[in-house]
Design a protein around this ligand. Structure first.
Ligand code: ADP
Length: 509
């Protein structure tokens, strides 16, 4: 393995990190990428808000901040890849049960102050004003919650470079411009080249316009977000910054997500022996007191019930799908209307459409292990981790050809056709590259058609098992991505603004 160009000190700044606090894929990336960087010889710290006392248990106080009501504490644990620095502050009080939503589902009203302060702490660490003995070379910020870190970094001298990663452009962190004054930031930031966005300020623009380098989580999404269809109004700015924008496909932690040694499932299995998977299928269905015939496929869903994920398309397709030999198992919560509709469908078809609306890591593993197929009819998908976990557990994704899904799922029929065209007497089992089924459009009709294609393969168990093994054999770890991030860090350091001057964009107005 080639050594990195030099060992760097990297500060991750993010709102989630598994297993401390997880809402979605961001948490997994903020755990697994530091692990991969540490293994390459870099020194990494993760800065995370402390959403409740449960997170700081076992942590050591590093320093108090401001008037003394806030502090930084360090958490070191064997299940964490590196020391985690927790920002404890009254601004995050009450968020113990969920980092972003109040108990009634609405966003917390002080998000701007809370995450604005969070960004300021990151910049203070970068500048060396908060901690004297550890200065990062790179501040790697994730999503809008960390969007103000590069902005604050531009306002005080630091030699660190900043990198901003877009995990989902649909979440922009939009607030009334008055928050600038509340945070003590200059009004000049309320400018179209900086934070201004349709009369608001958008924290994500801090990252997009002020970070030295910007990345997103798949090459396809990096292209898509340059267009009005996927750019959410940021496409102009992103095109302007295109030279500094890189798409790097997420990996997964293949040690944690490993059907051969996963403590969250009961029956271990691997590509050589899939017996455990059949047992996991039985175990999964037993939760709802049902069984499935051999010719019935178990179609799983693990994810938010949102329009982004196509939960409405699943519901629209449901009456058709239930004409097929299928059992559906859904784990997920989300938009209230979709949640209600999913619950109503579960009540209507109790033995065919089973739903659990909790956030349950163990059931998630159980579905990846026990289902035959994973439904993921997303309208857009920056990368998507669920399809990668599914593939690792031999569960074949049925999904849309967008973003990271298009970059990771290779359609079985398309590959079988290509092989048949190239080699006249090709083995019909040859599908060594295939990993799933892709639909061109996110519509209920296309979804049903694609499930039908998957079922045709499923009903030929020889072909199906070859497909499962091909999906399981795909390399999904972080080894490629970590080198790509090293190159981005290198570019950020080479091109960073001189200390104290701030990113080029901040000098514009
Ligand atoms: P997102 O857009 O939500 O980040 P990803 O596919 O990138 O989507 O990642 C989703 C992550 O959250 C995966 O690790 C998935 O297993 C997990 N997940 C989603 N919903 C649930 C749930 N209800 N219970 C447990 N894990 C969940």
């Amino acid at each position: 393995m080639q050594a990195p160009f030099r060992s760097l000190r990297i500060l991750f700044v993010a709102a989630e990190m598994a297993p401390l606090v997880k809402v979605g894929g961001l948490a997994d990336v903020v755990a697994a990428l530091p692990q991969a960087l540490v293994e390459r010889g870099h020194e990494v710290r993760v800065l995370l808000p402390a959403y409740g006392g449960h997170m700081t248990r076992g942590a050591t106080r590093l320093t108090s901040l401001g008037e003394g009501q806030a502090s930084l504490a360090e958490l070191r644990r064997p299940d964490l890849p590196c020391p985690v620095w927790l920002f404890e502050s009254p601004v995050f009080a009450g968020r113990g049960h969920h980092p972003y939503n109040q108990p009634d589902g609405r966003a917390w009203p002080n998000d701007a102050t809370a995450f604005g302060e969070f960004g300021r702490v990151a910049a203070g660490i970068a500048a060396g004003t908060l901690l004297s003995d550890w200065h990062p070379d790179i501040v790697h910020c994730h999503d809008w919650h960390a969007g103000l870190a590069p902005v604050w970094m531009g306002l005080e001298p630091t030699s660190a470079a900043s990198v901003f990663t877009i995990h989902n452009l649909a979440f922009a962190g939009r607030f009334h411009p008055r928050v600038l004054a509340e945070l003590g930031l200059p009004q000049s930031l309320n400018h179209p080249d900086l934070l201004e966005f349709h009369g608001d300020v958008a924290f994500i623009k801090g990252g997009l316009s002020c970070a030295d380098e910007v990345t997103t989580v798949s090459p396809r999404y990096a292209q898509e977000i340059l267009t009005p269809e996927f750019g959410n109004g940021f496409e102009g700015l992103l095109r302007h910054r295109q030279e500094h924008l890189t798409g790097i496909l997420n990996g997964i932690d293949t040690r944690l997500w490993n059907p051969a040694r996963d403590p969250l499932i009961e029956h271990a299995f691997d590509a050589a022996d899939l017996t455990g998977k059949s047992r996991e299928r039985l175990r999964l269905l037993r939760r709802w007191g049902v069984t499935a015939r051999k010719d019935e496929a178990v179609l799983g869903w693990v994810g938010r019930l949102t329009r982004q994920k196509g939960a409405d398309l699943l519901l629209e397709a449901l009456p058709e799908l239930l004409q097929r030999p299928l059992r559906l198992v859904v784990l997920g919560s989300g938009e209230p209307e979709l949640k209600r509709a999913v619950a109503a469908a579960a009540a209507r078809w109790p033995e065919r459409f089973m739903v659990d609306s909790r956030f349950d890591e163990s059931l998630a593993h159980g579905i990846y292990a026990g289902a035959d197929m994973l439904a993921m009819p997303s309208r857009f998908e920056p990368c998507g981790l669920s399809q990668l976990y599914a593939m690792r557990y031999g569960t074949v994704p049925v999904t849309t050809a967008v973003g990271g899904l298009a970059d990771t799922v290779l359609d079985a029929d398309a590959i079988a056709d290509a092989i048949a065209d190239a080699i006249a007497d090709a083995d019909p089992l040859a599908c060594s590259e295939a990993t799933g089924f892709l639909m061109a459009e996110a519509t209920a009709e296309d979804f049903v058609e694609t499930v039908d294609r998957a079922l045709r393969w499923f009903h030929d168990q020889h072909r199906w098992q070859a497909l499962m093994r091909s999906a399981m054999g795909r390399q999904l770890d972080w080894s490629g991505a970590v080198r790509a991030y090293e190159q981005v860090y290198e570019r950020a350091l080479a091109g960073r603004s001189p200390p104290g001057v701030g990113p080029a964009a901040m000098r514009a107005p």
